[in-house]
Ligand binder design. Structure first.
Ligand code: SF4
Length: 424
């Protein structure tokens, strides 16, 4: 049994190879006390680790009351280029994720589980495939598990886009007028949870709520897996106790502990200033800065970097990644990227652009079928706020040294025909 109060939990027994089913059962031996997994899940206070921060037990309750041929979908798509945690979990402890998915299926009465991993990551696909075959060889009774491999894109991991893909091979988010909203494959209701959430359900089903709550804070219990990127020796994936000061997490990852700012929540998230990194890493503490843990992405920006140049690259890529089925994405996001570029160039155009950026954010917000444009707006507003001094320098025609350097810190896939900025 894994002891309470200790780490690692989700990565217990992990090596650079996936744990076999037999080894997994040795490492995660149940303590035999959990009689009712649903009650334990309710009492655990588990909040989904995919980014939306929705209580997992509420999703389960919603699906339990539905009729029809139900599905559990394990979201292992990892749409954010700065994230690696679900891939790491599926490559090291895939059976813990599958255990949790089976428990969720049993709680809602689902007859099939669909595990989704981007086909662009063949190593992870292979590890998950092997784990599913291992379980099938045991001939255990329970829901069938299928592996699906949609193409990777930022929006492909959005839960309604993923269900859309499973339903008819199109990775497009679905318009959902009110939330919560039941997604469906055919007429069958679907419960979507990301891989880390499923792995936590696997632990709660074994060791119970009290054990789970022995780490973390009262309002945000448990451990969380974070992807640390940016000003770090190499991108890392760590399991941390929720409530640990951010500075300690950066130190454990070998990252810059005197950064200019830290981006939390990924490219739809927001910046925490460098002088605020003693804040505990949990939703309750981060709420004071209007931030949350989100999908566990921590991107570190060093003092020598240009925040405006980094923001421009991210927004330009996010505009490219939209499904372009709604006006705010098709027209609004490229316009935000162009305005940020004008700010980078500075001068009179830049002054006009900075005023227009605020206006455009207001027009775009809340108008998309999914939250992709809202995430970009949040990121843009936060960037304007966090890098106000850099922006002033650019508008005065005196850009910082970071803007003129070729070194960039936020991980953004290269766009086709990508022309560099203005200082070539
Ligand atoms: S808001 Fe953007 S990403 Fe979302 S559905 Fe519309 S076009 Fe696609």
């Amino acid at each position: 049994m894994i002891e309470a109060h200790t780490l690692p939990r989700l990565f217990a027994g992990a090596t650079d190879r996936p744990l076999s089913l037999a080894h997994h059962e040795e490492v995660f031996q149940p303590d035999g006390d959990v009689a009712n997994v649903l009650e334990e899940l309710n009492a655990s206070g588990l909040i989904g680790r995919g980014g939306a921060g929705f209580p997992t037990s509420r999703k389960v309750e919603l699906l339990r009351n539905q009729r029809g041929h139900k599905y559990v979908v394990v979201n292992g798509m990892e749409g954010e280029p700065a994230a690696h945690k679900d891939f790491r979990l599926l490559s090291t402890n895939p059976h813990l994720v599958l255990d949790g998915a089976e428990m969720l299926a049993s709680m809602i009465g689902a007859s099939r589980i669909a595990v989704c991993v981007a086909r662009d990551n063949p190593t992870v696909v292979h590890h998950v495939e092997q784990a599913i075959h291992e379980r099938a060889r045991r001939n255990l009774r329970g829901p069938g598990i299928d592996l699906h491999t949609p193409p990777w894109r930022f929006v492909a991991g959005e839960e309604s886009a993923l269900v859309h893909w499973l339903d008819d091979n199109e990775s497009l988010p679905q318009y959902r007028p009110g939330r919560p909203h039941i997604l469906r494959i055919g007429r069958g209701p679907v419960l979507v949870d990301n891989a880390e959430t499923c792995a936590n359900v696997g632990l709660i089903g074994r060791y119970g709520a009290q054990w789970f709550r022995s780490l973390g804070t009262d309002d945000h219990p448990g451990s969380v897996v974070v992807s640390v990127t940016g000003a770090v020796q190499r991108p890392s994936v760590l399991e941390v106790n929720l409530g640990t000061p951010l500075r300690a997490i950066l130190a454990s990852a070998g990252a810059d502990t005197s950064p200019q700012a830290v981006l939390l929540g990924g490219y739809g998230g927001a910046w925490l200033r460098g002088d605020q990194i003693d804040t505990p890493y949990s939703n309750d503490a981060l709420a004071a800065h209007n931030l949350s843990v989100g999908a566990g992405i921590i991107a570190v920006l060093p003092r020598q970097a240009c925040g405006v140049a980094e923001a421009h690259r991210v927004v330009r890529w996010m505009a490219h990644e939209s499904a372009r089925q709604c006006g705010p994405c098709a027209f609004g996001l490229p316009a935000l990227a162009e305005d940020l570029f004008a700010v980078l160039r500075g001068g009179r155009d830049g002054v006009v652009a900075i005023a227009r950026l605020q206006e455009r954010c207001g027009v775009i917000e809340g108008r998309g079928a999914c939250r992709h444009p809202d995430g970009v707006v949040r990121f843009v507003r936060s960037s304007i706020d966090a890098f106000a001094a850099d922006i002033d320098d650019h508008l005065r025609g005196a850009p910082c040294a970071g803007a003129q350097s070729k070194q960039r810190f936020l991980s953004v896939p290269t766009l086709e025909h990508e022309e560099d900025l203005i200082w070539e």
